[in-house]
Design a protein around this ligand. Structure first.
Ligand code: SF4
Length: 322
């Protein structure tokens, strides 16, 4: 059985965020914005990667000092800056994948040409206490962004964060919502089943996490609910018995970076590709993919700006050329 992964470089453009999720160890109160030269330095170091993963806080321009800094770089709004950093990555030979939080239809449309795929975690399709100070985590707003991405035919990644206070039936409902979105728009390429790991110094540092056996059950349920062509991703740095998840139906390991940490879970380093192949054994074969899945490569769901790179990097089946 094939298990896919992508070689990426993780670019946390900003840790400023309008939300205050009670489990978050990523958000910062002090002003934070990577400059164009910071981005350039990072991507120059990532020689083997093909994906530039832009993940950052949501709507950071609510801060006056953030806007002022943005203006000092010559940009009038953040989405314009994101597109410009996407383009910088493209010029350096990378395929961008942007997770910008909730976006409007117009903002998605603006960023689409510069991205091979985009993403937004649904988290859970129900209101939860951990999101009570996070306006961007209201389920209907996130569902709308995922719908709009579907209308625009953007290859899309979503997922659920598991163990943040939701019930078992909430998880099933959230997966059903994602399955419905896929049935209506056909754009969801993968669903991440992300395990919540408590972070020191956060309100939820002592929150009881889900056991690994419960998490394996979530993967089994996800495999039953989601259509087969939608991959199930398990971040390999957040679990101990990876094979159990693959046997339960997971078939993607997400982005693996050789030079940048998982900024969301910095305490959990990524294993190397060689280590991963040893862990999963002969039963499963690791195969590199691009941030756009083979199915969407074949459907040509990308813009002219990415023509050259996708043709250069993809093989006849739409996987990464090796
Ligand atoms: S939206 Fe993301 S970055 Fe912002 S507080 Fe929540 S988890 Fe942290």
């Amino acid at each position: 059985m094939i298990v896919t992964y992508s070689r990426n470089v993780f670019i946390p453009l900003t840790r400023n965020c309008r939300n205050r999720c009670k489990y978050c160890g990523f958000r910062r109160d002090e002003l934070d914005l990577m400059s164009p030269s910071d981005v350039q330095k990072l991507i120059r170091m990532a020689k083997n990667a093909k994906e530039a993963l832009f993940t950052f806080g949501e709507r950071p321009e609510f801060r006056k000092d953030f806007l002022e800094m943005l203006r000092s770089y010559g940009y009038s709004n953040f989405i314009e800056y994101v597109a410009s950093m996407n383009l910088l990555a493209i010029k350096n030979g990378f395929l961008p994948h942007t997770n910008a939080g909730v976006l409007s239809y117009e903002e998605l449309k603006y960023l689409k040409p510069f991205n091979a795929s985009m993403g937004l975690m649904l988290e859970q399709a129900v209101e939860l206490e951990c999101h009570s100070e996070s306006p961007g985590k209201r389920p209907e707003i996130r569902i709308n962004t995922i719908k709009d991405a579907g209308k625009l035919q953007i290859p899309f990644t979503t997922g659920i964060l598991v163990g943040i206070g939701e019930k078992k039936y909430d998880r099933e409902y959230s997966l059903e919502v994602i399955a419905d979105l896929y049935k209506n728009y056909g754009h969801i390429q993968e669903v991440i089943i992300q395990r919540f790991l408590p972070k020191k110094g956060t309100e939820m540092e002592n929150f009881e996490t889900l056991s690994e056996s419960e998490l394996v059950e979530v993967v089994k349920i996800a495999r039953k609910i989601l259509p087969n062509e939608v991959a199930i991703q398990i971040p390999p740095n957040l679990v101990s018995d990876l094979k159990a998840y693959l046997k339960a139906g997971a078939n993607d390991l997400g982005g693996i970076s050789e030079i940048t940490p998982d900024f969301i879970n910095p305490e959990a380093p990524w294993p190397s590709i060689n280590e991963l192949q040893k862990i999963i054994g002969d039963e499963f074969a690791l195969k590199e993919r691009l941030p756009i899945y083979p199915r969407f490569v074949k459907l040509k769901w990308w813009s002219e700006i990415l023509d050259g790179l996708i043709e250069l990097y993809s093989d006849a089946d739409g996987y990464a050329r090796t």
